[in-house]
Design a protein around this ligand. Sequence first.
Ligand SMILES: Cc1ncc(COP(=O)(O)O)c(C=O)c1O
Length: 389
Amino acid sequence: MTFDFDTKVSRAGTASLKYDARQQYFGRDDVVPLWVADMDFPAPEAVTKALVARAEHGIFGYTDYPESVYESLQWWFRRRHQWKISRESILFCPGVVPSLYAAVTALTQPKDKVIIQTPVYHPFFTAVTDTGRTLLENRLILDNGEYRMDLAHMRRCAEDGAKVLILCSPHNPIGRVWRQDELLALLDVVREYDMTVISDEIHADLIFPQYQHYPLASLADDVNVITAVSPSKTFNIPGLGLSAMIATDPEQHQAIQTLFQQWHINNTNPFSIVGFEAAYQHGEAWLEALMVYLDETRRVVAEYCQTHMPMIKVEPSQGTYLLWLDCRGLGMSDDDLHQFFIEQAKVAMSPGTLFGEEAGAGFMRLNIAAPRSLILSALDAMKAAYLAL
Ligand SMILES: Cc1ncc(COP(=O)(O)O)c(C=O)c1O
C-alpha cells in the first residue's frame, strides 16, 4: 500500500487553528504555519470513509461509548505497546488536556504541590495553576546534547510535599522518548514518596526507528499511574476531540468519574467514536508510512540547518513530529528571536519560552508534519533571513 504525504492539501475554509488563527497569534497571516501540533496530512482513508458512512446515516443523537471503542483501544495498546489495559480502568474524555485538568482536580486539593518537568507542553503549567494548585518546576537537564531528568531535584520536590507528577512521555517539545531504565529510575522515586503520576502519552505512537515507547503504567503495578492517550496526534484527528484515560486504582478512577458526571461530559458525539475506532482498527499501515516520511524530513531539516544555518542546532529527535531548535547561538533575546522568524523569515513556530520562561529560552519548536516541499520552502526562507543577519 502506498500513501501520499507529499501533496499539499489546502486547509482554507476549514476554520483550521493552525492556518486561520495566524493573524491572531502572529500578527500576520502570510507566515508558513509550523506551530500548533496538528498535521497537514489527511487522516487515514479508513477514518474518512467511516466518518462519511456515519454522516450518511443522518441522525446525530446523544451518543454513548460502545464496547467496540473500548476494544479498539485495548487492541491497539496490546499490539503496539505490549500493554494490557483492563476494561474497567478506562475512562473517555473530550481530550488529553481536559483529562490533565480533571486528574489534577480530582486527585489533589487547592494549593497542593504538583511537579512538571520543563521545558514542557504549556497546558501542563495551566492545569496546575488554573486549578489553584502549586507548581513545582523540575527542570530537565541538557547534558551533552541530550535532555535527561533531574531525579535528585525531583526528590527534593517530593520532600517538599509534592504528591503528583505530570509526566510527558514522549516529551513535547524536546522529542525525547524516555528509555526503560529512565522510567524505572523515575518510578523508584515515585514509589519511595508515594506519589501519583499523571502520564501524558499522547505522542506514544510517534516513535522513530531505534526507539521504543514504554507505557509507564506497564512498568509497575504497585505505583499509581493515570495515563492519558489518544489516537488524535497519531492519526491527525485532534479536532474530533476524544481521548482516553487509564486509571487502575478504583478510588482515583471513581474520583475522576465523579468529576466527569458533575461536568456532564459522560457522553460523546457520533463522529468522535467512529474516528477513534476506525483509526485504531485500520490505521496501522498509514502510521508506519507516516513515520518513514517524518524520519526522512527530520533528517533533511537537521542536515539543512547544519549546512546552511549552523547557529541553529536541531536537538536530536526520537519521537513526535516536533523539532526543538536550539537558537541560542544567534545571541538574540526571546522577543527578537520570535520577531526574527515572524518578520524576516515569515515562518510561524512556537517560541521556546511558551514551554518554560527559562527552560525554553533561546529555543523554537518546529512542527515538521507537513509535505516536505512546504518544510523546505520554510527552511529556504529561514536561510535567507539568517544570511541577512
Ligand atoms: C503532550 C500533549 N498533550 C496533550 C496535547 C493536546 O491534547 P488534546 O488536544 O487531546 O487536548 C498535546 C498537543 O499538542 C500535547 O503535545
